[in-house]
Design a protein around this ligand. Sequence first.
Ligand code: PEP
Ligand code: MN
Length: 374
Amino acid sequence: MIVIFNPDVDPQGDEVRLLLATITSYPGVKTTVHHVYGATRTLTEVYLIGKTEIVPTSAVETLPGVERVVRVSEKYRILGRHRGQLEAVGFVYNGLTFDQDSLHVFAGLCAVDTREHVEKTVAALSRAGVKTTRMGAYKPRSSPYDFQGHGKACLPYVFELCGKYGIRVIAMEVLHESHIDEIRQALAQAGEPTGVMLQIGTRNAQNFELLKHVGQQKEFPVLFKRGMGITLEESLNACEYVASEGNRNIVFCLRGAKTHLGDPHRNFVDVAHVPVVKRLTRMPVCVDPSHSVGKRDRAPDGLLEIHHVTAQGVIAGANMVLVDVHPAPEKALCDGPQALLLEELDVFLEDVRIARDAYDRRKALAARKREASA
Ligand code: PEP
Ligand code: MN
């Protein structure tokens, strides 16, 4: 059960306290309070979990400040839209808003290799006006003999340089809960110059203990990458593991599925799921054209296939793009063949703007159509 308060209700105020006190008389029902950011308003929601069938709706909806009570279905209890009864929600992190209307490009290194490459990359982003990047410090590799990432050793210079060039959020994969502590410590030591979005890679999509750990902290938002060989439903349930532990600041990332049906791409591109995830859940949706396409092949029209897939995701309403760039891809220690060059960044960003503009016009068309038939 979700209790939605009127927008002017303070999450620490009397109205919320009265609801929490009322619920203590129902054994086996737990409550969690969430402050959520919607497209048009900010509000407080209280989640009732457990034996909620013993709580009559009437006992809650008549309490002061309550706008609405929604009985949730079994699926995606926290993140779901529940047949359109709930609007999308997002979050604000380090000054940036992430929701189903926003769009951010996270361009950066698949794997941090040298300080010089980090600096060249973030300097190019800064020149292009981009405030979000990706920097892999901990790398999950198919072979134990491949480069595993510099780990915590690179965090001080990554955070320092990101701060120096105005980067506000870095997407950074974690493979173990100890990595969250290492990131927290390194950020504190550097004086909190930037923010981090904890990335759960496709290989850990069903590592339930790790999902619980990122869910138990609320300091960092989470970028969840769909499992490459599991259903969309299983991936969305994995996000519920994070949300049900308390952290619902999650962006869902489509990165392709592993099947040879996608050949010659590295993974079978799944951007068709952008509107599906937005319909089923309240999460913002990211696309990762680099890991889905996997190489720099150029179509006869002159555009890289990575550009095409990015545009397909953005024109379908994606809220975030995660893309590999590198100052010298031939020297990259991981995924060089799919990295865009820094000189290509401007064209890439312009192409994203064209696709976003087309999406905005398509959305306006649908709104006009709805108004005309209302
Ligand atoms: C990555 O983004 O660096 C990565 C390893 O991606 P994925 O988990 O989608 O393979
Ligand atoms: Mn990679």
